[in-house]
Design a protein around this ligand. Structure first.
Ligand SMILES: NC(=O)c1ccc[n+]([C@@H]2O[C@H](COP(=O)([O-])OP(=O)(O)OC[C@H]3O[C@@H](n4cnc5c(N)ncnc54)[C@H](O)[C@@H]3O)[C@@H](O)[C@H]2O)c1
Length: 353
C-alpha cells in the first residue's frame, strides 16, 4: 500500500505517548510534519521522531501540499473547528475523542464532511484492540441476536503510577494552547466526556446504537460513579458503569449474552499494548473461541486502519456520525442523572454533556 503522509496537529501528551510513535511504527504511513503553538513541544516532537517539517500554526500545516491526512490531537474544545479547517484544506482527518463538546457542533462537522469524499475517523482506538475487534466481528456474525450487554470502565486511583512507568516520558510546556476557563476543572463533565466516550463507543461498536438511557450518578469520597441502564436499537438491554476512580486496578470490560452464544472481555490499559482477553462461546459447536491478538498496539493499528480507509478499504474506525452519536448518549446520561434517573430518548438530545 502506498504510504499516506500524515501531519500531526498538537504535540501534547496523547501525541507524544500515542500518535507520534504509532505513526512512525505504522506499516503504511509516513510522519511528514508536526504542529504545535508551543516551540518546546514541536521541537521535541520533530527531533525525537526525525520529522522533516514543523509548523507553529495549524493553517500552515494544512496548506502543505505534501500532507495527505492529519491527526488532530488537541483539547476537546478545538476538535470541531480544526477538523472543519482540515476538510476545507482537502485533508483526511483522524480527530481525537470525544468528537466535540456538544451535539450541535458535532452535527455541523457531520454536515461539513458529508459531501467531501474524505475520511473522518474518531480516535476511538479501542476499536483497534484486536480482542475488541474480534468481539465486534463475532457479535455480528456468530452468536445470534443480542439480549444483554454490560460494559464497565473503572479508572484506577493508581493509574498514573502505572502509566508514568510504561509511557514514554511526556514533556509539558507553559506556552501550549489551552481552552478558555478550565474545562478539566469541571470534573462531572470532563470525566464523563473523556472516559465515557470510550465506554459508549465500545458498547455501540459491539452491540449497536443506543436509543434510551437511565443514569444514576453517585459522587462520594472523591469517586464519580455513573451507572446507566440502556436500551439498544436491536432491543437488547444493557448496563454501563463508568467509575472514576476505583480503589483497585484499572477495571474495564464487557459481557454480551445473545441467542446463540455469549462473549466475555477484559480490557487492559492501552499503554500495556496488550490485546483484550476475549472468549466467545458459540452454541452450535459448544466451543469457546479465544483470539491471540498478538499485535495489541491499538494506537498503531488505529493509524493503519485510518490509512486503509483512505486507500479505499471499509472504515473500521468510528465515523463522524458515530462520534456524534456517542456525544449524544453522554448528553442523555447527563440529563438523566440530573433528573434522578428518568428515562431519556437519545435522539432527542441536542445539548451538551
Ligand atoms: N484516545 C486516547 O486514548 C486518549 C488519551 C488521552 C487523551 N486523548 C484526547 O486527546 C486530545 C488531546 O489530549 P492532550 O492531553 O494531548 O491535550 P493537551 O491540551 O495537553 O495538548 C494539546 C496540544 O495541542 C496544541 N494545540 C492546540 N490547538 C492548537 C492549534 N490550533 N495549533 C497548534 N497547536 C495547537 C497545544 O499547544 C497543546 O500542546 C483530547 O481530546 C483528549 O480527550 C485521547
Amino acid at each position: 500500500m502506498n504510504p499516506v503522509t500524515i501531519g500531526v496537529i498538537g504535540c501534547g501528551p496523547i501525541a507524544q505517548a500515542g500518535h507520534l510513535p504509532a505513526i512512525v511504527k505504522a506499516s503504511n504511513a509516513t510522519l511528514s510534519a508536526v504542529c504545535d503553538r508551543s516551540q518546546r513541544l514541536r521541537d521535541y516532537a520533530r527531533l525525537v521522531h526525525h520529522v522533516p517539517v514543523s509548523y507553529a500554526d495549524a493553517s500552515e500545516l494544512l496548506a502543505d501540499p505534501l500532507i495527505e491526512a492529519v491527526v488532530i490531537a488537541v483539547a476537546d474544545q478545538f476538535h470541531i473547528s480544526l477538523a472543519m479547517a482540515a476538510l476545507d484544506a482537502g485533508k483526511h482527518v483522524l480527530v481525537e475523542k470525544p468528537l466535540g463538546v456538544d451535539v450541535a457542533s458535532c452535527r455541523q462537522l457531520e454536515a461539513h464532511a458529508a459531501s467531501r469524499g474524505l475520511i473522518v475517523q474518531i480516535g476511538n482506538n479501542k476499536r483497534f484492540d484486536p480482542g475488541i475487534a474480534y468481539a465486534h466481528d463475532m457479535a455480528h456474525t456468530a452468536i445470534g441476536r443480542p439480549i444483554m450487554y454490560r460494559g464497565w470502565y473503572c479508572d484506577s486511583l493508581y493509574r498514573y503510577i502505572v502509566t508514568d512507568n510504561v509511557q514514554p516520558t511526556v514533556i509539558q510546556a507553559d506556552d501550549a494552547i489551552r481552552p478558555d476557563g478550565n474545562p478539566k476543572g469541571d470534573r462531572r463533565r470532563y470525566l464523563l466526556l473523556t472516559h465515557g466516550s470510550h465506554l459508549v463507543d465500545t458498547a455501540r461498536y459491539i452491540c449497536g446504537p443506543i436509543t434510551h438511557v437511565q443514569t444514576l450518578l453517585r459522587h462520594q469520597d472523591n469517586t464519580w460513579c455513573w451507572l446507566s441502564s440502556v436500551t439498544f436499537a436491536n432491543g437488547a438491554i444493557g448496563q454501563l458503569d463508568l467509575t472514576v476512580t476505583i480503589r483497585g486496578d484499572h477495571h474495564e470490560g464487557f459481557h454480551l449474552y445473545a441467542s446463540e452464544g455469549s462473549i466475555i472481555g477484559k480490557t487492559y490499559l492501552p499503554w500495556y499494548l496488550k490485546s483484550s482477553d476475549v472468549e466467545v462461546f458459540t452454541h452450535h459447536d459448544q466451543t469457546y473461541h479465544r483470539p491471540l491478538g498478538a499485535d495489541g498496539h491499538s494506537y498503531k493499528r488505529q493509524i493503519e486502519g485510518f490509512v486503509a480507509a483512505i486507500r479505499g478499504e471499509p472504515q473500521r474506525g468510528a465515523t463522524v456520525l458515530e462520534g456524534r452519536a456517542a456525544v449524544q448518549v453522554l448528553t442523555a446520561m447527563t440529563y438523566s442523572a440530573h433528573h434522578n434517573g428518568i428515562q431519556v430518548a437519545v435522539n432527542e438530545m441536542e445539548g451538551a454533556p
